[in-house]
Design a binder for this molecule. Sequence first.
Ligand code: SF4
Length: 287
Amino acid sequence: MNYTNKYNIPEHICSWLAADEYDYLPGVYSATTLISPARAFILKKRNAENLTMDYSDFIKMRMGTAIHDSLEKIGVYADGDFKEKRFFAEIMGCQISGKMDAVLGGVIRDNKSTSVWKYVKKEFDDYIKQLSIYRWILYRNGINTEQYAFIDFFFTDWKKSDAEKSSDYPQIPYQEQKIDLLSLEATEELICDRLEEFTFAESVLPECTAEELWQRDECWAVFTKEGQARAKKLCKTEEEAKEYASANGCKHIEHRPGKAVRCGYCSAAPFCDQCKEMQKKGLVDLE
Ligand code: SF4
């Protein structure tokens, strides 16, 4: 891994940001790897020597780790069944691993430090898969847990002013969220499907799907006049936007393409032709 420092972050902070405490084991698929795109996994593996990340890319992740370390240091999980332990299970000749934050009273708990919009939009699909894989691994180790889990959300971009405007917005920068997990059978099927995809991807590199890309829908923003910062309405089609504009005396319509959000966070982007093609069409925002 190579590092850049585009924002002149002081050296001691860079050392903290780049400290890698992840206990990576070659040949083992972690739960988080299994839910990530096969294309990204293969490209990163093929270009491991040339992967480059900026120190700033680690800030959010390290803030999440800091919350995590603090919870552990204070001993909030002291009464848990266990905490911070990596478990392994074997299937289709592969090792699958998962390191859950804690299991309290037979219920898996995971901390997530993330954008408030992930919570507001209820974008929990990846979390459901990840925590279901944890539950399956525990089951394979003789530990039964409930078919639901709790996520402790800590929001990195929470704003008091937004909380005052909407009751749907979390009223504090923390929320507990219960999620229903997949059955053990469905989880095993998911793991087997993913392993097949990863194996196949070694010979035929697949494209990332719209779901994997966290692709947003395109829309048409209607403004009272050109140059305004905030749109009056976002429409799903051009026709709808034109109708709204003529009925409401609006003079300007702007097309907003559906962006592939994940590419902006993917360290495989410099080696990815799919990403480069989407970038040419204005569908990817990279720095
Ligand atoms: S850069 Fe985008 S398209 Fe390429 S592997 Fe990563 S997420 Fe997929």
